[in-house]
Design a protein. Structure first.
Length: 135
C-alpha cells in the first residue's frame, strides 16, 4: 500500500512540474518585447526620449538613478495642458499606475525602461514600460 501512495504522489508532482514548465514556456513565448514606448500615441525609442528630454539624476532610496525627466518629455510632446492630464504608465506584464502631473514632474524614465518617482511609494515605479497614456 505504501508503494501505491508514493507512486501517486510522484505522478502528481510530475504532472504539476509539466504544467508549470508548459506555462512558463507559453508566457515567455508570448511576452511582447518592444524597442519603443508609446507615449500619447507616438512610438519613441529610449534614445529619442533622451534627445527630446535630456537627462537628470535623482536620488531614490539612498541610490542615484539617471534617466530622462518625464516633465520635459511631456512638455516636448506639445500637450495642450500637461497639468490637466492624468498619465497611465503601463508595463509589459499588464501592471499599470496612473499619476497626476505633480508626481509626473518629479519622475524619470530609465533605459530599463522603468519610471522612478522620488518620495512616492514603490508601487508607482512601473517597470518594462510599453506605454504612457495621456488622459
Amino acid at each position: 500500500m505504501k508503494l501505491g501512495k508514493e507512486l501517486i504522489f510522484s505522478v502528481t508532482a510530475a504532472i504539476f512540474l509539466l504544467i508549470g514548465t508548459a506555462s512558463a514556456i507559453y508566457v515567455e513565448q508570448n511576452f511582447i518585447s518592444k524597442d519603443t514606448i508609446e507615449i500619447n500615441g507616438q512610438d519613441l525609442s529610449f534614445d529619442e526620449i533622451v534627445i527630446l528630454a535630456g537627462s537628470r539624476t535623482i536620488k531614490i532610496d539612498e541610490e542615484e538613478k539617471t534617466g530622462a525627466p518625464l516633465e520635459k518629455l511631456i512638455q516636448k510632446l506639445n500637450l495642450n495642458c500637461p497639468s490637466c492630464s492624468l498619465y497611465t504608465i503601463k508595463g509589459a506584464d499588464g501592471y499599470q499606475q496612473t499619476v497626476e502631473w505633480e508626481i509626473m514632474k518629479t519622475g524619470i524614465i530609465t533605459d530599463e525602461p522603468r519610471v522612478y518617482f522620488p518620495e512616492t511609494a514603490h508601487k508607482f515605479w512601473v517597470s518594462q514600460i510599453v506605454e504612457i497614456e495621456v488622459k
